[in-house]
Structure formats: C-alpha cells, structure tokens
Design a protein around this ligand. Structure first.
Ligand SMILES: CCCCCCCCCCCCCCCCCCCCCCCCCCCCCC(=O)SCCNC(=O)CCNC(=O)[C@H](O)C(C)(C)COP(=O)(O)OP(=O)(O)OC[C@H]1O[C@@H](n2cnc3c(N)ncnc32)[C@H](O)[C@@H]1OP(=O)(O)O
Ligand SMILES: NC(=O)C1=CN([C@@H]2O[C@H](COP(=O)(O)OP(=O)(O)OC[C@H]3O[C@@H](n4cnc5c(N)ncnc54)[C@H](OP(=O)(O)O)[C@@H]3O)[C@@H](O)[C@H]2O)C=CC1
Length: 515
C-alpha cells in the first residue's frame, strides 16, 4: 500500500491553477491514486463565455481524465469548483465558499500563476506575488491545514549559474513592490521594470522570485514547502505518455518546426536542456505534500524538480530526435518540409531569419494576394520570431541546480511509493520521451489523426518537388542575369558548356569502341 496515497484519503485539498497544464495533471493523479479523498476544492474563474461548471465538465470529460474514471467513477462528485479570481480582492470568493474553504482544507497546492514572459509588471506582481500573499493569509486561518505547497520555478533565480535549494532575496522587499503597484501609473511601472528585474530576462522569473520571498515571510506560521520545476514538458508515463495541452515551453516550437515554419533557431547545441515531464513534477509535488504534513520539517524545504544534474541531455540531441520523429510521423499540411538548425551568432541568426523565415512568408503572402486571399504568413512569422526571441535566453545557457532535498525525499519513500509516485528522472530515456512528446503534440494539441500520415507524407513529397523546382528556376534566372551583365560569367559558362560537351563526346566514343 502506498503511504502517500493513503495519506490523501479522507483529506480536503485545495488547488489553485487546477485548470492549467500542471494543475490538471495534479488533480488527475490525486483522484486516481487516492479515490477516497474527501474533496478537491479548485479555485476557478469563469472564462470566455463558459460558466464554472462548463469549464470543469470539459476538463473532466477530456482524454486526460479517461483513466481516472476506472478508479474513481464518482470523480465529478469529488471536485468542488469555487468561483474565484486571484486578481480580485479576497479572490472574489463568496462568504459561504470562503467559510467552507477555511474550515475544511487540509492541504493547499498553489499552482496558479501567470507564466507569460511578456506580462507587464503590475499584472505579474498581482498574480505571482500579491495573490500568493493573500492565499497565505487565507491559509493561516485554516485550523485543519497540514501543509501548504507552493509551486515556483527553477528559473526564479536564473540570474545565477549555480542554484541551491534556498531562497535568494531580491533587492527590493516584495511588500514595497506590492504597495508601489497600487499608486504608480502604468508608464512609470514600465519605465522602472528593467531596473527592478535587473539581470533576470523577464517579469515572470522576477515575480516568481518575489513570490518565494513572500512565502518565506509566512513560513514561521505555516508548514510550507516550495517545489521548483524547470521547463515542464509533456507526460512521461502517466496517465499515458506524451500528453500535453498548451504551447508553453518547447511544445509551441515543436509545432512550428513540424509544420515547417521554424527553420533555424539561435540555440547552443551543447547547453543542457533542463526539461522535466509534468507527471514527474506532479509526483514530486504530492510526495512533498505528504512529507511536509507528516514529518513537519523545521524549516521551509525547497525541492528542485530538474533533470540536468541527474540525467542531462542537451538541446542538440533533443533537436535531432525531434527531427527524426517528424520523419516517422509527419504533421499534416506543413508549410515547408521540416528542417531546423541551430545558429550561434548574430550574423547567421539575422541571415537565416531573412532567408528561411521572412522571405518564404513574403512570397507565400504574395501568392495568397494573387489568388484573392488574405495574406497572413508574415504576421504569423513575426509572432513566431518574437516568441523565439523570448525563449532564446533559456536555450543558450546552462544552469546547475542542486537536488539534495529532492534526493533526500526519494530515499524517504517506501519502494511502493517510489513506484507509484516516481520522480526519479534518472530512469528517463530521453529519446523515447522526445518521440512520445512529438507524437503527443500531434495527437493532443494538433488533434491530428494517425490515419492522415500517408497523406502528410504525400504533401511533403509535393513540397520537396516545389522546393527543387523553385531552386532550379531561381538558379537559372540569377545565372541568366549574370551572363547578360558579366564577361567573366560568360567565360565560366562557355568553359562549363565546352567541358560538358567534351566529356559527352569522350563518353560516346569510348562506348562505341567497346561495342
Ligand atoms: C523537446 C524539445 C526539443 C525542442 C524542439 C524544438 C523544435 C525542434 C526543432 C528541431 C531542432 C532545431 C532546434 C531545436 C532547438 C531547441 C528549441 C528549444 C525550445 C524550448 C524552449 C523552451 C524554453 C522555455 C523556458 C522556460 C523557462 C521557465 C519555465 C517556466 O517556469 S514557465 C513556463 C513557460 N512559459 C512559457 O513558455 C510562456 C511563453 N509564452 C509567452 O510568454 C507568450 O505566449 C508569448 C510567447 C510572449 C506570445 O505572446 P502573444 O501575446 O504574442 O501571443 P499569445 O500568447 O496570445 O499567442 C499568440 C500565438 O502564438 C502562439 N504561442 C504562444 N506561445 C507559444 C510558444 N511558446 N511557442 C510557439 N507559439 C506560441 C499562440 O498559440 C498563438 O497562436 P495563434 O492563436 O495561432 O495566433
Ligand atoms: N509550465 C512550465 O514550464 C512551468 C511552470 N511552472 C509553474 O507551475 C505552475 C503551473 O504552471 P502551468 O500549469 O504551466 O501554467 P498554466 O498557464 O497552464 O496555468 C495557470 C493556471 O493559473 C490560473 N490562473 C491564472 N490567473 C488566474 C486568476 N486571475 N484567477 C484564478 N486562476 C488564475 C489559470 O486559470 P485559467 O485557466 O482560468 O487561465 C490556470 O489554471 C505555475 O506556478 C508556474 O509558475 C514552473 C516551471 C515551469
């Protein structure tokens, strides 16, 4: 019997961010391994014309939750969606709901965040810092609370090269930042943002670091732990391999490369790609919840959920495996044949952006215009290049994260728990994982059917022929222009023609002699 699964039985668990990528997998695993848990409260905001119930219904009826229904047939009854907006005062939770949450919750998993790299500081602070502070305040009023688990990111301190499982202070106190967001206007906030974030690349990593400081300040009153995942990718094993449902991290780039939009990227092939499967993160998080509640460590423990120091793999190897998988399972209706390469300096990056990204987009838009359709490729390409420029920071550097606490926790688990809540990334076979990841992107993100593979291959053959035809035509045009204008080009041309003629004559004569 798994001790961790048994621990969650009969418990009331509060999850924020349960509609997000990680939150869904966390909820699924909890319900599958501890079907006897009392209730999972999830804080959800109504969104895009959908009511709360519709959002939850959609999640519980998705492919991800198919397996859980075998173990927990009454899964709908176990989930209690509470209307809440973390951007609002007191989360805009009704009095009755708040009362229930305060009096019943045993464990809190705080996953909600804005993970956008381009968010303005005000919004990022509101969600990643102020909301965390408010949630901690709520937690301090929960008499039955056993543990509060905060999900941060391994990149919160990406301005450092070696990162330990400790909280590093930011130069300005979170309280001061929170206060200043209330009275500063947007223009001033935009102006001071670069100064505040300093050598971090974006508001996301900065506000996650501030969020950790807020957690630390509350750690005397509460039993808290922090989990810091690195780049979270598709599932490795559970509930099935390759599940992914958003474009964050590598997923969007896999689509862009598979559809032939992304042809080159400024990345360091030898840099460590610190990817971590989402089910590994969830297993560690649940184990941390158990350990924090049962063993009540004296100080707030931070757990790095990273792969680099235990089972490193670099971007070069991953990129090659992504391309190899496209050969086996091509994506449908590609714009160009998938091929992508790394560039390593400014000049080659600009050159390939112009030649491989912008020029084909302009030509295609010209073709769309000619055929009476609305041009869209240049806009899409500009967006892709903007996205890449924001991810570049993370694919051109390597970090070292120590994992003492994570390894200590692994050794504390029973063999059964090590199996059921496996977060030992040393067992991960990267090539197999990446292949499943690409397949998962095709199936669950692009919703493409495997039956369409022959047609996708046929389409790629057509693209190859168009490519050859285009290159030949381009060569002939350039050559014709050169011959018309340059004596040297004419001389080279006559030399080649006479050489070919002599070669053919010799070949014909020798075959006549042999005959
Ligand atoms: C298995 C990995 C191997 C790599 C495979 C890559 C391709 C293989 C090619 C072959 C080999 C050659 C090269 C290989 C090189 C390796 C490349 C590695 C890439 C991996 C990089 C990952 C780095 C991530 C680092 C994360 C560190 C921190 C981790 C965290 O803690 S947080 C989680 C991460 N957060 C994010 O990823 C958020 C990023 N997104 C944003 O900030 C925003 O969405 C935005 C990118 C700024 C865009 O904002 P916009 O307002 O412009 O638009 P919007 O969000 O509304 O979306 C617009 C359209 O763009 C689509 N889109 C959104 N996000 C992405 C994305 N990440 N990639 C691509 N496209 C994206 C979106 O869907 C919209 O589309 P539309 O609806 O059609 O318009
Ligand atoms: N994905 C990654 O690569 C990594 C993620 N992390 C961390 O993991 C955690 C989860 O990330 P992930 O699942 O990928 O992120 P997602 O963007 O997929 O999910 C974010 C969640 O937060 C919720 N949320 C956002 N704003 C509000 C709001 N105002 N009120 C209520 N809920 C809100 C979203 O709800 P809604 O559905 O309504 O938008 C969603 O459920 C975050 O703390 C992130 O920092 C750490 C390292 C890497």
């Amino acid at each position: 019997m798994s001790m961790i699964a048994a621990f969650y039985s009969g418990k009331s668990i509060l999850i924020t961010g349960a509609t997000g990528f990680m939150g869904k997998v966390l909820m699924e695993k909890l319900l599958r391994t501890s079907p006897d848990l009392k209730v999972v409260y999830i804080l959800v905001r109504p969104k895009a014309g959908q009511t709360l119930q519709q959002r939850v219904f959609q999640i519980l009826n998705s492919k991800l939750f198919e397996k859980v229904k075998e173990f927990c047939p009454n899964v709908h009854e176990k989930i209690r969606a509470v209307s809440a907006d973390l951007n609002q005062n007191d989360f805009a939770i009704s009095k009755e709901d708040l009362q229930e949450l305060l009096s019943c919750t045993n464990i809190v998993f705080h996953c909600a965040a804005t993970v956008r790299f381009d968010d303005n500081l005000r919004h990022a602070v509101q969600l990643n810092v102020t909301a965390t502070q408010q949630l901690l305040l709520m937690a301090s009023q929960m008499p039955k609370l056993e543990a509060f688990i905060h999900i941060s990111t391994a990149f919160a301190n990406c301005n450092l090269k070696h990162i330990d499982e400790v909280i590093y202070p930011c130069s300005v106190e979170p309280k001061k930042i929170i206060d200043s967001m209330e009275w500063l206007d947007d223009a001033i906030i935009d102006e001071i943002t670069p100064k505040l974030i300093g050598d971090r690349p974006n508001t996301y990593t900065y506000t996650k670091a501030l969020g950790e400081m807020v957690v630390q300040q509350e750690s005397e009153n509460l039993n808290i732990a922090i989990v810091r995942p690195s780049i979270v990718g598709a599932t490795w094993q559970e509930p099935f391999p390759g599940w992914v449902d958003n474009l964050n991290g590598p997923s969007g780039l896999i689509i862009a490369a598979g559809k032939g939009f992304l042809r080159s990227i400024r990345a360091t092939p030898m840099a460590v790609a610190d990817l971590i499967p989402v089910d590994t993160v969830v297993n560690l998080t649940l184990a941390v919840g158990w350990y924090t509640a049962v063993h009540r460590p004296k100080s707030t423990l931070i757990y790095h959920c990273t792969s680099g120091n235990l089972n490193p793999c670099n971007w070069g190897k991953m990129g090659l495996q992504v391309l190899a998988t496209f050969e086996k399972v091509p994506f449908e209706r590609a714009f160009r044949r998938p091929y992508a390469d790394f560039t390593t300096n400014n000049f080659t990056t600009h050159y390939w952006n112009a030649v491989s990204h912008r020029a084909p987009a302009i030509i295609y838009d010209f073709y769309l215009r000619l055929t009476g359709r609305k041009p869209r490729m240049t806009k899409l390409m500009n967006r892709l290049l903007r996205t890449i420029s924001m991810l570049e920071y993370f694919i051109n550097r390597s970090w070292e994260w120590s994992t003492y606490n994570t390894e200590m926790l692994m050794s504390e688990l029973s063999p059964e728990d090590q199996r059921v809540f496996n977060f030992d990334v040393r067992q991960l076979n990267w090539l197999e994982y990446i292949e499943n990841y690409v397949l998962g992107v095709k199936k669950y993100l692009l919703k493409e059917d495997m039956a369409g593979i022959p047609e996708a291959r046929q389409h790629l053959r057509r693209l190859r022929n168009i490519h050859y035809l285009f290159n030949t035509a381009l060569f002939l045009i350039v050559w014709r222009l050169l011959i018309a204008r340059s004596q040297m080009a004419r001389n080279v041309w006559f030399f080649i023609v006479s050489f070919c003629y002599k070669f053919l004559s010799y070949f014909r004569a020798s075959s006549t002699l042999k005959a």
